[in-house]
Design a protein around this ligand. Structure first.
Ligand code: PNS
Length: 166
């Protein structure tokens, strides 16, 4: 069985991530979306919250699983029998960091390959950070994230500002 692993922070998941998940799910028999559980990064959403939002957004894909991991990605990939790491590339500016990670992961485990999927052009400007920034100031994010994420972001920022969400 050909198992792929798509790792990330997903804080929160965007339509850019969903696009990569849908396209990867067509390549692999099984795709594991691996959510980094690293509280030191001080994410807006807990790993559990991020997992629920992703699961809710990929219900139409029956070969996709969503799990959290901590520690080294290659160790988690090995436990899951995944030999291929999938990453999305949006722009040349992503390349340097992604190359560094791919080479380090290769150094850590030479059996595991990293492959890159180019983002769809309509999502090339999208990132979890810009979504959070727009949401903070009440901008419209309906075309950027799945409905469940839009709802949770509104709740989160209303909580922070002591408002009641509707
Ligand atoms: O969505 P992100 O934040 O760009 O994802 C980064 C991620 C989770 C892929 C990366 O931080 C990672 O793999 N972390 C696990 C620790 C690890 O394996 N580090 C060695 C590779 S450099």
């Amino acid at each position: 069985m050909n198992v792929g692993i798509y790792p990330g922070s997903f804080d929160p998941v965007t339509y850019g991530h969903i696009d990569i998940i849908e396209r990867s799910a067509r390549i692999f028999d099984r795709l594991i979306v691996a959510v980094l559980n690293n509280p030191q990064k001080e994410p807006l959403f807990t790993a559990e919250e991020r997992i629920v939002m992703i699961k809710n957004s990929v219900m139409h894909l029956d070969n996709v699983e969503v799990e959290s991991f901590s520690g080294l990605l290659v160790d988690f990939a090995r436990i899951k029998n995944a030999r291929v790491i999938v990453k999305g590339l949006r722009a040349v500016s992503d390349f340097e960091y992604e190359l560094q990670m791919a080479l380090m992961n290769k150094k850590l485990d030479k059996e595991i390959e990293t492959i890159f999927i180019m983002t769809s052009s309509k999502y090339s400007y999208l990132s979890s950070s810009v979504v959070k920034e727009v949401a903070t100031f009440g901008g419209c994010i309906a075309t950027l994230v799945p409905p469940v994420v839009e709802k949770r972001l509104k709740e989160k920022y209303n909580e922070k500002h002591g408002k009641k969400s509707n």
